[in-house]
Design a protein around this ligand. Structure first.
Ligand code: NAD
Length: 451
């Protein structure tokens, strides 16, 4: 006989929440539940992460170790690699990666393996929620059959019949909306969209999340909740492509696109500013839209906005390299053999995350053209081997006036707040600025090329 857990149960304090995947999404989520008095266990395959968490240490720059330690000491948070402990949990939230494979197709192996790890431990009336970004249908078509394999049932139902819906366990999808480094909107302030496989599942998940966020937004199905997340990220991807294209036109027309965007943003309705850059980065925006394009093919449907946005955004590092080559040409220098310093390898400012960072593509393209490259990034003292790149021999160089002056060209790829842009422009021979980071610099603007 399992524990009696009706949907209302998940509104109570002191329940046991398991988080599978203690990364950028799972760790803050787990700590937020611990803040609200739940008992949280993080499950991860990575032994090093588990060890650090249990020692009260952090491996994500914006998550203070003190916060982890306080919860560990209060016995509100621990971590394990032992998945049999899943059976002690009341709720289990899945926060594992959903990348693209080499052919840029969805790689759902992490989600599938996680569902397989839960299945033998699944308990009656447990709540399972998938948080990983994915295409509509994943929870119903991939996760549900794996979880039901041992006999417990969670029937798909949009509405509740007069007798209610009989379900042996609860299954829902709730997309994560974490924006790492965003000081204005933390997890507690961001509304959470929740869709259940059936009404009791939706209610159970909504009750759980209502404890940690200001607002829960219920939707009619897991498929709708999956699509919400993709719409949000495709919206960003398409709008970033739009300004990236308009930036290139503006450069030809001798217009300052940032001035134009900031002025348009004064319109109090119907406009939202997006800013151009050297290309898309991060785990979400360059990846998630392709989950939908892939799924759309099953319906003989071409997602043309996604494809076009992808084309424009992918071409941006090439545009930056062309601009750099042109600017060096003006200085009667070839890229081959020149010393170039790239500033910022993180995919956006003030984060310690370089997944899909356009800076890596820039390093690769400039290396192929024979440049002698160095980089600086306060968040990355050294680079390591990654899935697509190997810059493991590179270390961040110090930003001294002498160092800056020794390079033929300084390329601002990521506009970290901590950079002293006056000093960078003052001491450099030539600055290529992909982020309009030098806009407030008073003297030396003649050395800056915006692109
Ligand atoms: N990072 C973000 O800002 C962000 C924002 C919104 C949504 N998402 C989505 O959230 C999901 C997780 O992303 P993330 O950035 O937290 O990834 P991450 O790589 O930072 O963390 C994933 C964690 O899962 C662990 N893991 C992998 N396979 C596992 C398994 N089978 N069992 C247990 N642990 C396993 C890894 O060791 C890692 O610690 C993805 O679907 C992503 O698209 C991410």
């Amino acid at each position: 006989m399992g524990v009696e857990r009706k949907p209302e149960f998940f509104a109570s304090k002191g329940i046991k929440v398991g988080i599978i995947g203690c990364g950028y999404v799972g760790l803050p989520l787990g700590l937020r539940f611990a803040d609200e008095g739940q008992f949280v266990t993080g499950f991860d395959l990575d032994h090093a992460k588990v060890k650090k968490l249990n020692a009260g240490e952090s491996y994500i720059q914006h998550i203070p170790a003190a916060k982890i330690k306080a919860h560990v000491d209060a016995k509100k948070f621990d971590a394990t690699t032992d998945f049999t402990k899943l059976r002690d949990m009341d709720a289990v939230l899945i926060c594992v990666p959903t990348p693209l494979d080499e052919r840029r197709e969805p790689d759902l192996s992490y989600v599938e393996n996680t569902a397989k790890a839960i299945a033998p431990n699944l308990q009656r009336n447990q709540l399972i929620v998938l948080e990983s970004t994915t295409y509509p249908g994943t929870t119903e078509d991939l996760v549900l059959p794996i979880l039901e394999a041992n006999g417990l049932r969670c029937p798909i139902a949009r509405t509740e019949g007069p007798e209610g819906t009989k379900t042996d366990f609860y299954l829902a999808f709730s997309p994560e909306r974490e924006d790492p480094g965003n000081k204005q909107f933390g997890l507690a302030q961001i509304p959470k969209v929740v869709g259940g496989i059936n009404p009791p599942s939706g209610k159970a998940a909504a009750n759980l999340y209502a404890q940690i966020v200001a607002k829960v937004v219920p939707v009619s199905s897991t498929r709708a909740a999956e699509m919400v997340k993709l719409l949000e990220n495709i919206f960003r991807c398409v709008n970033i492509a739009l300004v990236n294209e308009l930036k290139q036109l503006s450069l030809r027309m001798d217009l300052d696109i940032w001035e134009v965007i900031d002025s348009a943003a004064t319109k109090p309705f119907g406009f939202m500013p997006f800013y151009p850059g050297p290309g898309l980065g991060g785990h979400c925006i360059p990846v998630d839209p392709y989950y939908l394009s892939w799924k759309a093919r099953e319906y003989d449907f071409a997602t043309r906005f996604i494809e076009l946005a992808g084309e424009i955004n992918t071409a941006m590092p090439y545009h930056v390299v062309d601009a750099l080559v042109g600017a060096m040409n003006e200085h009667q220098k070839s890229v081959k053999g020149s010393r170039i310093l790239l500033l910022g390898v993180a995919y956006k400012k003030d984060v310690d995350d370089l997944r899909e960072s356009p800076s890596l593509k820039l390093l690769e393209l400039l290396t192929q053209r024979g440049a002698k490259l160095d980089y600086n990034d306060p968040y990355f003292p050294a680079l390591h081997k990654m899935r697509h790149y190997d810059f493991s021999n590179m270390k961040s160089v110090e930003l001294t006036p002498q160092n800056l002056a020794s390079y033929d060209c300084v390329l601002i790829a990521t506009d970290h707040t901590g950079y002293d842009y006056d000093a960078i422009v003052k001491n450099s021979k030539l600055v290529i600025d992909t982020r309009n980071a030098t806009r407030k610099v008073k003297s030396g603007q003649e050395k800056v090329v915006h692109c």
